[in-house]
Design a binder for this molecule. Structure first.
Ligand code: EPZ
Length: 429
């Protein structure tokens, strides 16, 4: 298994190109199941999760053509993929595939809407909390689906097609909103979603579906209206930049000091997070090319932050902020309200010398003068990258084990950091 070795202490200077968003790419790929036409996606990041979803879609008969490497290709340019779900050969998504990636459960919506049936394994437990699918099921039932749960599978049927309905989510859910929009796009009649997730990736998927012929309005607000259509067609869409990758590198620069242009980043996608990085002491500037983050030698200020659905501070940047605050001059508090168990990074950060106390959903971080490198291991994607941030500022060598977590969601991480002066290398097993 690959490992990443980091020797801390270097400032970051230069340019980091921001890739297409993982959490938009995955639902966009899944949306291809809604049409027999070809969906062309540009700016797709090179990530293990994209390859895994390609496998899952392949099981349903979907052809995913990813352009190979050609001489002269710019590795900073995202890839273009062509997806054709012309012939759906299987409406079952088995446990061994769904269990590897939670978002793959979302295939239930387009399969049901287009084919009238879907049998999808429950995604199972996950390192960051229980993550149930009850709200996704509620959404499909409100559109007329008959749902049974049998031997760990959700079996959804709508032999006469789905019909428009009202969906009021009792809690904001990104996956629930994605599945509701996809299912309602091919339902008969109008659907209204109340308390919809407002994450930018929802808007990106809705934009793409509208290019495919769907009639969705209000995406990006908490009330989305979808007028169902009988058929969708192929389209071409470019994936929006990854706001979590942007925030992660912004925190890395705040941690080490230096001056980095986060190329292609769009500040409005993560204003709450950039405000916090600014409060901590970095200077954030929006430019035509992206977002510039700089910090001189001055100390980091502590912050108090509570995660919340968009436009609040994202849970997907909570671990990275905690890493940053380990070096603040004073005591910070971070409260996690989205997932009940997303603190697996705490004990690993402690191995580097961080002082963090957990009390229910709140972590209190007492800043320390220095961190020291150590071998660490992480249990999920964002936790892993928080260890990289801490290691970049730690004295000596840190070895991050289980790098496959990073490969799921960060494209060419070590390459991007090396170009800005970090001492970081992948050690292949
Ligand atoms: C999406 O997960 C993201 N994944 C997550 O990113 C992100 O952390 C999360 O949204 C919150 O922003 C993708 O986009 C692929 P939710 P999702 O439904 O859709 C509860 C990463 O690191 N809930 O918005 O699964 C749930 O337990 C990943 O890139 C129910 O109770 O999240 C949680 O407490 C990790 N019942 C809350 O809602 C349900 O049926 C929000 O979850 C569904 C969710």
């Amino acid at each position: 298994m690959d490992r990443i070795r980091i020797v801390g202490g270097q400032r970051l200077n230069g340019t980091i190109p921001i890739s297409g968003a993982k959490n938009a790419t995955l639902p966009l790929m899944i949306a291809s199941l809604l049409t027999e036409g070809t969906l062309i996606l540009d700016n797709v990041p090179r990530l293990a999760d994209v390859i895994q979803l390609q496998r899952i879609l392949g099981n349903h008969g979907v052809d995913v053509m990813i352009a190979g490497k050609r001489p002269g290709d710019d590795p900073n340019q995202g890839r273009t993929i062509h997806i054709s779900a012309k012939h759906v050969v299987d409406t079952t998504a088995p446990y061994d595939l769904v269990s590897k990636m939670r978002a793959s459960f979302w295939v239930v919506a387009p399969l049901l809407a287009r084919m009238g049936e879907a049998k999808v394994s429950m995604p199972g437990g996950c390192a960051i909390g229980t993550r149930p699918v009850d709200l996704l099921i509620l959404a499909l039932e409100n559109l007329g689906a008959e749902i049974e749960i049998e031997s760990g599978y959700v079996i959804a049927r709508a032999p006469k097609g789905l019909r428009g309905g009202e969906i009021v989510f009792p809690k904001v859910t990104v996956g629930g909103t994605h599945t509701a929009i996809m299912a309602a796009s091919l339902a008969n009649g109008t659907t209204v979603i109340e308390n919809a997730a407002r994450e930018p990736e929802i808007g990106d998927v809705a934009d793409c579906l509208n290019k495919m012929g769907a009639k969705i309005s209000g995406a990006g607000t908490s009330r989305i209206v979808i007028e169902g259509v009988s058929k969708l067609h192929g389209a071409r869409h470019s994936v929006l930049p990854d706001r979590i990758e942007t925030g992660t590198y912004a925190m890395a620069v705040a941690m080490t000091g230096g001056d980095v242009l986060l190329q292609h980043a769009r500040p409005e996608l993560l204003q709450a997070a950039l405000d916090v990085v600014g409060q901590a002491g970095a200077t954030i500037t929006s430019t035509n090319e992206g977002v510039r983050v700089a910090r001189n030698g001055a100390g980091l200020a502590p912050v108090e932050v509570t995660t919340a659905p968009f436009p609040g501070f994202p849970t997907d940047l909570q671990a990275q902020l905690m890493a940053l605050m380990t070096r603040a001059e004073g005591t910070s508090r971070i409260t996690e309200t989205i997932f009940e168990n997303r603190f697996m990074h705490v004990q690993e950060l402690a191995r580097l010398g961080a002082r963090i106390q957990l009390d229910g959903e709140t972590a209190t971080i007492e800043g320390v003068d220095r961190l020291k490198g150590a071998p660490v291991m992480a249990t999920d994607l964002r936790a892993s990258v928080s260890l990289v941030i801490a290691a970049l500022a730690a004295e000596g060598e840190t070895m991050v084990n289980r790098v496959y977590h990073l490969d799921r969601g960060f494209e060419r991480l070590e390459e991007k950091l090396v170009r800005c002066g970090a001492v970081i290398e992948r050690i292949s097993a």
